[in-house]
Design a binder for this molecule. Structure first.
Ligand code: MN
Length: 213
């Protein structure tokens, strides 16, 4: 079964004015579409890898044949990252986090404002293209990290609770070179329910009792 481009869970214009419809259409159809196409093309000569999910492929990149490793890293990563990105946003999203993610943020960063500042700073400082993440560690704790290109925290043994895309293709039409403005506005479309679901998946694999093992 070849990898498939997931449908956007809302209209191209649904995240306006935070993210404009043209950016969403190009970003989803063309950029994410190309990652899926390139990933499938790379896997053509390796039928044994075709049944693996994109997450499984990028979890252990050393297990990927060297001739397609960089392609799988970039395009498998691009597919995983964007599949998450569309779902962790929604129209009329944003506001203060609630539930378990609110507790984790408070415990780790003190309060939501300080967390946002640190997350946005990490996004601004990612030189060139990449992503900024809240990632879960094996200890059960969380940390803010940034990754270059389409690298996903999974490849470092971390769990991607959520991340924001800081490639210029994510914001340039509306925000031009003003990445900090995009990072600040992005919180208006964040889907905390979906992020809480992802946090639940992380926590179910990293019970606090296991911390320190
Ligand atoms: Mn992107």
């Amino acid at each position: 079964m070849a990898h498939e481009l997931p449908a956007l869970p809302y209209d191209y214009s649904a995240l306006e004015p935070t993210i404009d419809a043209q950016t969403m259409k190009l970003h989803h159809d063309m950029h994410h579409g190309a990652y899926v196409k390139n990933l499938n093309a790379a896997l053509e000569k390796y039928p044994n890898l075709q049944s693996k999910s994109a997450e499984e492929l990028i979890r252990d990149l050393n297990a990927i044949p060297e001739d397609i490793r960089a392609t799988v890293r970039n395009n498998g990563g691009g597919h995983v990252n964007h599949s998450m990105y569309w779902k962790i946003m929604k129209p009329k999203g944003g506001g203060d986090p609630s539930g378990a993610i609110a507790e984790v943020i408070k415990k780790t960063f003190g309060n939501f404002k300080d967390f946002q500042t640190k997350f946005n700073d990490a996004g601004v400082k990612q030189f060139g293209s990449g992503w900024v993440w809240l990632a879960g560690k094996a200890s059960g704790e969380v940390q803010i990290i940034s990754t270059p290109n389409q690298d996903n925290p999974i490849s470092q043994g971390l769990f991607p609770i959520f991340g924001n895309d800081v490639w210029e293709h994510a914001y340039y039409l509306k925000y031009n070179n003003r990445r900090p403005e995009y990072l600040a506005a992005w919180w208006n479309v964040v889907n905390w329910e979906e992020i809480n679901q992802r946090l639940k998946t992380f926590q179910s694999h990293h019970e606090p009792a296991l911390a320190g093992r």
